[in-house]
Design a protein around this ligand. Structure first.
Ligand SMILES: Nc1ncnc2c1ncn2[C@@H]1O[C@H](COP(=O)(O)OP(=O)(O)OP(=O)(O)O)[C@@H](O)[C@H]1O
Length: 586
């Protein structure tokens, strides 16, 4: 029942609908009492040979009118109560989705997508049940059941009512026991469903890899085994679920038996009429649903409460990085200054970055090179404030990055990540992602700087060509260049290319870099790369090794130093030479 209290905010919001709906349900419950009473009365009239055709027509008309009125009331309460429960599902879904969009990368690293999807579907529908069927069963088990019992006791016979109610405590005990069992098994079934969801999501996303390695059969087997596990766990739920109805029917049957035996005795004693016994038994029949509802209520509340707790737990996951109360509502502009002593990822022992000190003037280009795992992306993530908790400071313009509102800070970046992502929509919409109504000329201009315009014109529908699963397949280099165009469209204060030229050939790389230099003379650019040709032109180059800067300077300075950069340069020249078959055209 505590879950109703937890959902107080929703019931208050929808109080009008629930109050009107429950008033209608009360009317239905009261009107429900009339037919048995009328039928009992008619039978007694028949037995006493008092029934006239006129009174029969009168009672029949009343019965029909009662039925019609109940029909209308039942339609409207369903509309109000079940309609509101849909609204609860919609509100929770939106809250959850909006919260998901604000959570940090570390949250997504620790949670499985399949799990999150299961929460957003199964758990929400279990909570929705509380506000719909849950309210109905609560009302029916207490009010409808209560009215029927009162009608039996006060309008027919209180002795027989007490006798017929003897088996009831057993029902309360068994439903509560089944409820607990169900809660446990439902949790297990839910976990199995999450695993299956996860597997499906992973298999569909990784279908190319699965096919390439010819692992379809193994994948299908694994899927089958998870699917079987879901069925098996749900069977365990169904077993308990299936015990509910027979148990309740058995208890109701005992009630009928008792009422028939003792009712017959009371008729023989002359303390009860046949009509009364028939009316009593009809009431007892009306009691079956409230009793079933009582059992269902436990079930719905157990499931819904566990689901609501899980949803609340997710909604309670704090956004890792929050704005300060006096955060600056202004987009940062200007020089970038790193004075970072140490950064370690949450839960890790070893530092990912140490002693990172450099300054980049507005409009300059920074090149970051280093072996894989040397900390290039981590440095960028800190600059974009995806992680905090480091020793030192990072300035952007005249303030530290954490002094700005996060939204405003983000606006300053045009970030092209290593693992670029294109949506299954048109090329135009992919580039115009941040501003779908932008003019075509601007999109084309960005595409020209990223040297993808010509490629796009060659596609069947030009900029309207659909990419991804529903459309054309693009090469890695084309995808990278579309991602670059997307970032360029923002005309960002700081453009970040995180190894974003790795899949384009050397000539295209050079052309892109030349256009970027010409277009972005007054804005800052950071390029990380394994290939030195991508950063050779930079105003400042830093060489990272095991999370720390081992060299920094311009290309010429670093070459003159004959250190790590020089070694990398020589090695890459040699590689180029080998690729060309041993001839150097310089
Ligand atoms: N979220 C994380 N949690 C813990 N460790 C991480 C996390 N992200 C990266 N690391 C670790 O930090 C180190 C630096 O990783 P980073 O991605 O910055 O390297 P990189 O230089 O960008 O490599 P690459 O060139 O392969 O992209 C690596 O050892 C990596 O395993």
């Amino acid at each position: 029942m505590k879950v109703f209290f937890k959902l107080k905010w929703f019931f208050i919001e929808k109080k009008k609908e629930y109050i009107i709906g429950l008033i209608m349900l009360t009317f239905v419950a009261i009107l429900n009492l009339l037919p048995p009473k009328i039928i009992g009365y008619i039978i007694d009239e028949i037995a006493a040979k008092h029934l006239t055709p006129a009174s029969l027509v009168k009672w029949m008309t009343i019965l029909v009118l009662v039925a019609l009125f109940m029909y209308l009331l039942r339609f409207y309460w369903r509309l109000l109560i079940f309609g509101s429960s849909n609204y609860l599902a919609k509100t929770l879904r939106e809250k959850l989705f909006s919260h998901f969009t604000k959570l940090s990368p570390s949250f997504y690293q620790s949670r499985r997508v399949g799990d999150l999807m299961a929460h957003a579907t199964n758990d929400i529908s279990a909570v929705q049940q509380i506000a719909g069927v849950g309210i109905l069963t609560l009302f029916d088990s207490i009010a409808t059941g209560g009215f029927v019992i009162l009608a039996m006791a006060f309008t027919i016979d209180w002795r027989l009512t007490l006798i017929a109610l003897i088996p009831m405590p057993f029902m309360a005990l068994s439903t509560s026991y089944y409820g607990k069992l169900l809660h446990k098994r439902f949790g297990v079934a839910q976990a199995a469903f999450s695993d299956l969801n996860d597997k499906t999501q992973e298999s569909i996303s990784g279908i190319k890899v699965i096919k390439t390695f010819g692992q379809q059969k193994e994948d299908i087997e694994e899927f089958k085994s998870l699917s079987n596990s879901v069925v098996e766990k749900n069977m365990q739920v169904a077993k308990v679920d299936s015990l509910f109805d027979p148990t309740i029917s058995l208890i109701v049957g005992i009630s009928f038996l008792l009422s028939l035996a003792f009712g017959a005795k009371f008729i023989v004693d002359g303390t009860m009429t046949i009509g009364d016994l028939i009316a009593f038994n009809t009431y007892l029949g009306l009691l079956v649903w409230p009793m079933l509802a009582f059992g269902m209520l436990f079930n719905i509340l157990e499931r819904g409460s566990a689901s609501y707790d899980r949803i609340e737990e997710l909604l309670g996951v704090p956004m890792d990085i929050q704005d300060k109360p006096d955060a600056i509502d202004q987009q940062p502009k200007g020089d970038i200054r790193f004075e970072l002593e140490n950064f370690t990822f949450p839960g890790e022992q070893v530092s990912a970055l140490k002693h990172i000190h450099f300054e980049l003037k507005r409009g300059e280009t920074l090149g970051i090179v280093g072996k894989t795992g040397s900390g290039k992306t981590t440095l960028l993530k800190l600059l974009m404030r995806e992680y905090e908790g480091y020793d030192g400071t990072i300035h952007f313009g005249s303030h530290k990055i954490d002094a700005y509102k996060k939204e405003r800070l983000k606006e300053a970046f045009g970030y092209v990540p290593q693992d670029h992502f294109l949506f299954s929509t048109t090329i135009f919409s992919n580039i115009a992602f941040i501003n779908p109504t932008v003019e075509k000329e601007k999109v084309e201009r960005a595409a020209k700087i990223a040297h993808i315009h010509e490629d796009i014109l060659r596609f069947p529908d030009g900029y309207e060509t659909i990419v991804g699963e529903r459309g054309v397949s693009l090469s890695g280099g084309q995808k990278q260049r579309i991602s670059i165009a997307r970032a360029l469209l923002l005309n960002p204060e700081l453009l970040i290319l995180d190894d974003s030229l790795s899949a384009v050939d050397a000539k295209t790389e050079e052309a892109i870099i030349t256009s970027l230099k010409a277009e972005r003379q007054h804005a800052t650019t950071i390029i990380t790369s394994h290939r030195l040709s991508a950063i050779e032109h930079a105003d400042l180059i830093i060489v990272l090794h095991e999370g720390t800067i081992v060299e920094k300077g311009t290309h010429e300075e670093l070459m003159a130093k004959k250190g790590k950069y020089y070694e990398m340069y020589q090695l890459q020249q040699l590689e180029k030479l080998v690729e060309k078959g041993g001839y150097c055209d310089e």
